[in-house]
Design a protein around this ligand. Structure first.
Ligand code: ZN
Length: 143
């Protein structure tokens, strides 16, 4: 996929995030309640999610990780919570879904004040469980 496709995919991902944000936050809260019986306050970083989509970059060719046998990409994208990297070799719909998926990592935090912190991030497993719930929403099937 070309750079122009990434630009378009970002616009579509931002629209999906915007349109579905109330449902996204709701699904995070439902998961925390169902799975962890947590009904307390959460911190939601929508601005951070938007920024990470806008600033997403392609994975450098030398950083690509492929299955040794099949040659297939090991993943479509990843994030460190600051930067989102997306693979060039994925189709447009996957690119949009990957941008939304990676943007949702590190977007919702549990607020619980301890001596060392107030915001606690969710585990990847919890975040992925929420994304699976979101796959039921139109437009979020590839997230
Ligand atoms: Zn993920």
């Amino acid at each position: 996929m070309a750079r122009i496709a990434l630009k378009e995919a970002k616009v579509e991902a931002l629209e999906l995030l915007e349109k579905n944000w109330p449902d996204i936050v709701n699904e995070f809260k439902l998961h925390l309640k169902d799975k962890h019986h947590f009904r307390g306050a959460v911190h939601v970083d929508q601005e951070g999610a938007r920024r990470r989509v806008k600033e997403a970059v392609f994975v450098a060719l030398e950083d690509e990780e492929r299955d040794e046998l099949t040659g297939e990409l090991m993943y479509q994208g990843y994030t460190d919570g600051e930067v989102i990297w997306v693979h060039k070799d994925i189709d447009y719909e996957s690119m949009v879904g990957t941008l939304v998926h990676e943007a949702l990592h590190d977007s919702v935090f549990i607020l619980r004040t301890t001596r060392t912190l107030t915001k606690r991030g969710l585990s990847c497993a919890d975040e992925h469980a929420v994304m699976t719930r979101l796959n039921g929403y139109p437009g979020l099937e590839a997230v």
